[in-house]
Design a protein around this ligand. Sequence first.
Ligand code: IFM
Length: 454
Amino acid sequence: MTSTLPESLVLGVATSAYQVEGAVGEGGRGESIWDRFAHTPGKVEGGDTGDVACDHYHRWREDLDLLAWLGVDAYRFSVAWPRVFPAGTERMPNASGLDFYDRLVDGLLARGIEPWVTLYHWDLPQALQDRGGWTSRETVRAFERFAAAVAARLGDRVRHWNTINEPWCAAVLGHETGQHAPGLCDRAAALAAAHHLLLAHGRSVPLLRDLAPGCRVGLVNNLVPAYPASRSEADHLAAERLHAWFNRWYLDPLYGLGYPERIVREEEEAGRWPPGGPEWLRAGDLETMAVPTDFLGINYYSRAILRGSEEGNAPREVFEPPAEERTDMGWEVYPDGLVDILQRVQRDYAPPSLAVTECGAAYPEGPGEESEVRDARRVTYLEGHLAAATRAMAAGIPLEAFFVWTLVDNFEWNHGFSKRFGLVWLDRTTQERVVKQSGHWLRRQMAGQKGRTS
Ligand code: IFM
């Protein structure tokens, strides 16, 4: 079969440690903020936790065999910080924690799959949270030590590194809305956390370059293209405001532009940004964040449509697409948004390279007759988004990779196991894995792409 996918596009699958590993008490792993949060009644749907998750810690060989069967070029996974520094501040890293990732990397390379390592995908050691977590500068220092320990161990074999995954989620969902760990509801804390996450990124890039010679480094942002609901000035301003707070807050500083003024002004007016700047914003921080990187990772799932304020109304998101155009998360299926956001990022920041580090859909389909999982909607979703990625490349966007979220149905944060994003269905009781129709489809795409001669 011949695929229409560009031959140069690296295709992979992505996961993260807390969502798949389980084995939370093994190998000397310490408690993470997600262990604490998930075990707090009422925080996660169904009372689910990542205690067992997909048991990937024990079944990693089987999972790597699945990746090899799919034929993917690359696998993006994260390192659980509390496996490496269980209490966050030990003098030496926990060797047994690093051993796990050492085996994983060797297992990937033996199967011809390129590892893309993410350092922080939200599982901060609880001990660091107890000292202020991301609202404290101490955590930045602890992250540097974590990054250095992982790079010293894996840097001889891992070429691609993502420093931080989705700082917006870690900062805002974790500190302002309280939907994610550590569950705070304090906008000022979210601003401090966002700053320290970006600073941790900036500080870790030179360390990675030293300890993993020849590596390529980037940060991963979840970006949402924002569209005005009409041509009105008010709707246009509302869309630009969302873009500034959701996207630019985590992009402008990386490219030497500092924080978007419009939001800073709003924070000043709300009394959260003192005249001399907040205490956590120190001289040199913005320069540190703007360290040159090799690529920018973009996680894309959907778009937002904005209506400006009407009498008595704050600007708000509008447009409720019909159920059939939404995934199980309620997110609209909108592949063109991927092209738009890639183009806007390229236009405004011109990163040397881009990678779609996550893209995928939650749908509930499970095994029917003869154990087949007919998730045709996921196939359509992925076809649409890969076609969008291909269009972006044809328009000159330097897109190097596309990772499907995710391999196996896993722990979807505050939604617990109620949302299934996997190419492979998980039976949580037996841990049996059943490849879905979308997994078979991806395997055919991979075979087609590799079979191309041009
Ligand atoms: O499951 C998450 C992932 O951890 C981060 N990006 C979005 C995914 C789907 O919600």
